[in-house]
Design a protein around this ligand. Structure first.
Ligand code: SF4
Length: 400
């Protein structure tokens, strides 16, 4: 009897704290960046000590850590790379994510770290995948232009692990090969400086009719492939990637939780029920997002994948207001506050597994048990004891 091998859920870790959130909420792997060589210079990024701690934390929970080295490097940038690669090998990082052939050769010449070819390399076909395999790569993160069916074919014919995006922001250009930021802001998007120039409104003029129109015509909707999860599994995709190292803790936690719960459900039942899909979609819609699209996963993306309804769209009306530090009948529920909330307001606590727990902040106290009417960010407060919750769980609140 054929056993179905389920893919891993690969979540973004923009910081050590987000790495922990993603792993605790069920991600089986995370991707993170050091201070250099990655494509998200504006993310918090990890210090060496944080990377070491992150790998230990993840490995203790059977999760993997992949480190991005996916910037395109000039010769002068390559000089510092070997030391960093040796460090990653020493801390037992599980793989490096690479786009530049010079980086591939450097990594291969001094380490045995598995190499994952970044989506930035725009691998879209079997021959390209075979080439990367011959260069020593063990996995390809395919371009977002590839369908699930074609990804399955590339895996079968090239005989290499395949990672495919299932969720997150999209680039309107080919796998991020875009220089709008370079020309408009002097920021190199292929070396970590994307200024999201495609997201702003542009004015268009028809030179024949002189008719003018404002439009977000270069801004894509966000990818969301939950309903195609069975297709990913049937195609044998090894890793389902969630984009978003710059996104919030609530995003990292919710995405990891929803997609890992859906996979566990599939493992038990062999299929999905539509009421479960609706429930998971509702969870995904609570996190800040643009309108969702399945982009190229089934059919080539069309005009309806452009996010032109920006003014009238409010996606994700929930914010994270805190993290549970502890909960027991003696101390009550101790919360580290991130965003202020008031006494009497309704909150939701997101357990690592199962439905969100709705609570009312009927009484708020500080650590000296003085009653508060309103919390302040970066403080620690007590709520009455809430049964069934535990440390590190996220607390969220509807914003409108
Ligand atoms: S500006 Fe937009 S299209 Fe260009 S790299 Fe950045 S996100 Fe991608």
């Amino acid at each position: 009897m054929k056993t179905t091998v389920l893919p891993e859920i690969l979540a973004p870790a923009g910081s050590l704290e987000k790495l922990k959130v993603a792993v605790l909420y069920g991600a089986s792997a995370v991707f993170a960046g050091g201070q250099k060589f990655g494509l998200r210079t504006a993310a918090d990024n990890f210090t060496l000590d944080e990377l070491r701690e992150g790998v230990i934390f993840a490995h203790q929970r059977q999760a993997k850590v992949y480190v991005v080295l996916n910037s395109f490097l000039h010769d002068k940038d390559l000089v510092e790379l070997p030391d960093f690669v040796r460090f990653l090998e020493e801390i037992s990082a599980d793989a490096v994510i690479v786009s530049d052939l010079g980086v591939v050769r450097t990594v291969r010449s001094i380490s045995t770290l598995p190499i994952h070819v970044s989506t930035q390399a725009s691998t879209l076909n079997v021959e390209a995948a075979k080439f990367w395999k011959s260069m020593g790569a063990s996995r390809i993160v395919l371009g977002r232009e590839v369908s699930i069916a074609d990804a399955g074919k590339i895996k079968r014919e090239a005989g290499i692990e395949i990672e495919l995006f299932i969720h997150g922001s999209m680039c309107m250009s080919y796998s991020g090969h875009c220089v709008i930021s370079n020309f408009t802001q002097g920021r190199d998007s292929n070396r970590g400086g994307c200024a999201q120039s495609c997201r702003v409104e542009y004015s268009l003029e028809d030179l024949n009719t002189k008719e003018k129109k404002s439009s977000y015509f270069m801004s894509s909707k966000d990818l969301q492939g939950l309903r195609l999860l069975k297709d990913f599994i049937d195609a044998g995709i090894d890793s389902l990637k969630i984009e978003g190292r710059m996104k919030s803790h609530l995003y990292a936690g919710t995405m990891s939780k929803v997609y890992s719960e859906a996979l566990r459900y599939f493992e038990e039942h062999g299929d999905f029920l539509s009421e479960d899909l609706i429930r998971w979609e509702k969870e995904l819609s609570k996190v800040s997002h643009r309108a969702y699209t399945e982009a190229n996963l089934s059919e080539p993306a069309g005009a309806d994948s452009i996010f032109n309804e920006r003014e009238n769209f409010s996606g994700g009306e929930w914010k994270m207001v805190g993290t549970v530090i502890n909960a027991n009948p003696n101390s009550g529920t101790v919360i580290e506050v991130r965003n202020a909330f008031n006494q009497g307001e309704e909150l939701e606590i997101l357990p690592f597994r199962g439905e969100a727990i709705v609570v009312v902040a009927s009484e708020i106290m500080d650590l000296n048990r003085k009653t508060l009417a309103r919390t302040k960010p970066t403080t620690i407060v007590r709520l009455p004891f809430i049964h069934g919750i535990g440390p590190s769980q996220l607390v969220r609140q509807k914003t409108v």
